[in-house]
Design a protein around this ligand. Structure first.
Ligand SMILES: Nc1nc2c(ncn2[C@@H]2O[C@H](COP(=O)(O)OP(=O)(O)OP(=O)(O)O)[C@@H](O)[C@H]2O)c(=O)[nH]1
Ligand SMILES: [Mg+2]
Length: 589
C-alpha cells in the first residue's frame, strides 16, 4: 500500500490500510508480513487517471485508494510468461481446424512455422501477416531437415494465418491463429511442430480464457457466461449466456458496488474528521458530532442505499429463472405400471431410450433423456410404475425402483402423471398418492397443481367419449400408439416449461424472457453473494438510524455488502471460484 493522498493524515492512512486489507480479504497477509507495499507514485498516478476516466472524479482519499487498489488487483494477476498453444476447434476430423498460440513468443513461433529454411542456419526470417488480416501461407515443418540454401523444410499445410498483437486480442497477449485443414495428419503435424519449439508449451484447459481474465479482458461474470455459452444446448440458453457475456450482469453489479463505495467513502470521511476533531478535545465536540454529524452523515446516503437494497431484492425475486434455464428443467413421468410412461418418453425423445413391454414393472431405474422444448433445456425422466407393494409380482427390485420414482418426482420441476384411460381411477390415485407422499410444499414448486399435467394414455383402446376425470390439473387424452393428441400435449408441456423461465405474463420465448434488462441471476454463487449483500444493507438501515455511535458498524455493513458484490464480479477473493470454473473449460478455450 502507498499513501495516495497528501491530505490524509498518517493516522487515517493507517486506518485505510486496515480497512482496505480487510476489505480485500488480505488482512492476515498484510499483518503476517508486517509490510506496507505499494506501486510507484507514478503508477499510482496513472492508475488514478485511468480510474477517473472510468468512474468519474474521485472524491475522497479513501475512495481513490479503493480504486487504486482495484486497479492493482486487476493488473497484478497478469498471466505467466509462458507462451501456450492448443487446438481450439473440436478434436476429430473437421473441415477446418483452428490452432491458437498466445503469449509473447507467439510471433516467434509463427516465424518458425512460416520459414521454409532453418532460421538457425541463418535464413532470412519470414514476414508476418498484417495484424488482423487473414493471409494464406504455407506452414513448414521445423522438425524436417533443411539447410540454408538447398533443401527446404517439408510443408505441413497451406493455412490461413491471422495475428492479433496484444493487448488488442482475446487474451490481451500476442495471439496467432492458424486455420488449417482439419485432417488428423495436418493438425497433429502442426501441433507436433509447435511442441518441438522450446518457446511454447501446450495450454491447460481454459488457459486462454484464464489469461483473458488475468489481463482484465473479461470479468468473472463474463468468464462464467463464456463457460455457459460453450456448453449451451438450446437457443434460450445461448441467448441468456450471450446477454451475460455482453456484460449486462456485471454492469449491474459494478454499478451497485460503485454506489456502495460512494456511501462508504462518505462515512469514512466523517469517521476521520470526527476522530481528528475529537483528538485533544473533550466530550463537548463529541456531543456535537453526535447530534449533527452523527445524524446527518447518512442523510444523503440512506435513501440511496434503501433503494439499492430494494433493487437487489427485486433482482433476487426471480423464481430462479436464470438458474433454471441454465441448468435445465427436470420433468418426471410418473404413474402406475403399464400406463405407457416409457412409451411416452420414447415418443417424445424420438428414439427407443427405454424398454417398453406389456409386463407391468418393466422400468426399474430412472431413464433420462434431454429434450429441447422451445429453447428450454429439459431432462425428461422415465420412472418405475408405482403400485401397492402387496400387489402380485412386486419384488424388492421394483420396490427400489418405486423409491427412485418418488425421489425423481420430488426433485422435478414439472410432473407428468400418466394414467391408463381404461383404469382412470386407480391411475389418478397412484399419481396423487405419490405427490402427497413427497411433501411438495417445501420444494421449489409453489403448488403441486401448477406443476402437474395428466396424460390419459391409450386413447385408441377407449371406446366412446371421455368423461371429465375431476382433477384440477390440465389433462390430455393421447395415444402413444397412434400419436393422437400428442402434439397438443407437447405444446402444453413446452408452454409450461417456458412459463417457468419467463417473467410473469410472458411466455413468448422472446429476449424479454430472460429479464427486461437481461440481468438475470444464472448461478447459485451469484445469488448467495447478492443475498448476503442485501442482508448487510438491511442491517445498515437499522444501524444507520442509531446515530454517531453506530457509525463504524454501519459503515462496516456497507463494506461487507460491497465486498460481497465484489466477489460476484471477481474483484475480490476469487481464487477458489476460478479453480472450479476453469477446470470446466476445454483445452483451447
Ligand atoms: N394400445 C396402446 N398401447 C399402448 C399405448 N401406450 C403404451 N402401450 C402399451 O402398453 C404397454 C406398457 O407400456 P410401457 O410404456 O412399457 O408402460 P410403462 O408405464 O413404462 O410401464 P412400467 O415400466 O412397467 O411402469 C406396452 O405393451 C405398450 O406397447 C397406447 O397409447 N395404446
Ligand atoms: Mg416403463
Amino acid at each position: 500500500f502507498r499513501r495516495s493522498s497528501q491530505s490524509a493524515t498518517p493516522k487515517s492512512t493507517n486506518r485505510h490500510i486496515t480497512v482496505l486489507s480487510q476489505y480485500c480479504g488480505i488482512r492476515d497477509e498484510v499483518r503476517r508480513r508486517n509490510l506496507i507495499v505499494g506501486p510507484s507514485l507514478q503508477t499510482v498516478a496513472s492508475r488514478r487517471r485511468r480510474a477517473t476516466a472510468r468512474l468519474g472524479p474521485l472524491h475522497t482519499p479513501l475512495q481513490s485508494t479503493l480504486y487504486d487498489l482495484e486497479e492493482k488487483e486487476s493488473t497484478a494477476s497478469t498471466s505467466d510468461e509462458d507462451t501456450v498453444f492448443a487446438l481450439s476447434s473440436g478434436s476429430g476430423v473437421t473441415a477446418v481446424a483452428v490452432i491458437r498460440i498466445s503469449g509473447r513468443n507467439a510471433f516467434d513461433a509463427l516465424k518458425q512455422l512460416l520459414s521454409p529454411y532453418s532460421l538457425e542456419a541463418g535464413a532470412e526470417p519470414p514476414k508476418l501477416p498484417t495484424p488482423r488480416m487473414a493471409s494464406l501461407r504455407i506452414l513448414y515443418d521445423p522438425l524436417s531437415s533443411s539447410d540454408h540454401l538447398n533443401r527446404m523444410r517439408d510443408p505441413l499445410d497451406s493455412a490461413l494465418v491471422l495475428i492479433f498483437p496484444g493487448p488488442r486480442s482475446f487474451t490481451g497477449e500476442d495471439i496467432v491463429e492458424l486455420h488449417c485443414h482439419g485432417s488428423r495428419a495436418v493438425t497433429s503435424g502442426v501441433l507436433k511442430a509447435l511442441s518441438s519449439l522450446d518457446s511454447v508449451r501446450p495450454a491447460d484447459p481454459g488457459e486462454f480464457t484464464q489469461r483473458a481474465y488475468g489481463n482484465g479482458k473479461l470479468g468473472l461474470v463474463e468468464v462464467e457466461a463464456l463457460a455457459d455459452l460453450i456448453v449451451a444446448d438450446t437457443s434460450l440458453q445461448r441467448k441468456q449466456a450471450l446477454q451475460q457475456f455482453d456484460g449486462r450482469l456485471s454492469r449491474l453489479y459494478l454499478g451497485w458496488r460503485k454506489e456502495l463505495i460512494k456511501g462508504l467513502a462518505h462515512a469514512e470521511a466523517v469517521i476521520d474528521f470526527g476522530d481528528d476533531e475529537a483528538l485533544g478535545e473533550e466530550d463537548s465536540s463529541f456531543d456535537s458530532s453526535e447530534n449533527d454529524g452523527g445524524m446527518s452523515v447518512w442523510a444523503d446516503v440512506r435513501p440511496r442505499i434503501s433503494s439499492l437494497r430494494e433493487a437487489m431484492d427485486r433482482h433476487l425475486e426471480d423464481a430462479s429463472r436464470g438458474e433454471l434455464l441454465r441448468d435445465g428443467l427436470r420433468i418426471a413421468i410418473v404413474g402406475r405400471p403399464n400406463a405407457g410412461k416409457s412409451s411416452l418418453l420414447n415418443l417424445l425423445a424420438g428414439r427407443d431410450a427405454a424398454i417398453v413391454s406389456s409386463t407391468p414393472g418393466t422400468t426399474r431405474d430412472v431413464v433420462e433423456v434431454v429434450l429441447d422444448l422451445d429453447g428450454v433445456r429439459c431432462s425428461l425422466l422415465d420412472t418405475a410404475g408405482v403400485r401397492e407393494e402387496i400387489e402380485d409380482g412386486v419384488d424388492e427390485i421394483e420396490i427400489e425402483g418405486m423409491k427412485r420414482a418418488r425421489l425423481a418426482a420430488q426433485e422435478a420441476h414439472l410432473i407428468v402423471g400418466v394414467v391408463d384411460c381404461s383404469d382412470q381411477k386407480r391411475g389418478l390415485e397412484a399419481v396423487q398418492e405419490l405427490i402427497r407422499a413427497d411433501g411438495h410444499s417445501d420444494s421449489a414448486r409453489s403448488s403441486p397443481h401448477n406443476n402437474l399435467l395428466y396424460v390419459l394414455n391409450k386413447r385408441d383402446l377407449f371406446e366412446g367419449e371421455m368423461e371429465p376425470c375431476g382433477v384440477d390439473s390440465e389433462t390430455f387424452a393421447i395415444s402413444c400408439t397412434t400419436n393422437q393428441g400428442v402434439d397438443i400435449f407437447l405444446a402444453a408441456l413446452s408452454k409450461r416449461a417456458l412459463a417457468m423461465i419467463s417473467q410473469e405474463g410472458d411466455s413468448s420465448g422472446d429476449l424479454s424472457v430472460v429479464g427486461t434488462e437481461g440481468a438475470v441471476i444464472t448461478r447459485a454463487r451469484h445469488r448467495r453473494h447478492v443475498e448476503a449483500a442485501s442482508d448487510a444493507l438491511q442491517r445498515f438501515e437499522v444501524l444507520s438510524s442509531q446515530g454517531y455511535m453506530a457509525l463504524d458498524m454501519a459503515a462496516e455493513e456497507l463494506r461487507l455488502a460491497s465486498s460481497e458484490l465484489g466477489r460476484v464480479t471477481g474483484a475480490i477473493d476469487v481464487e477458489d471460484v476460478l479453480d472450479v470454473l476453469f477446470a470446466d473449460f476445454c483445452i483451447g478455450k
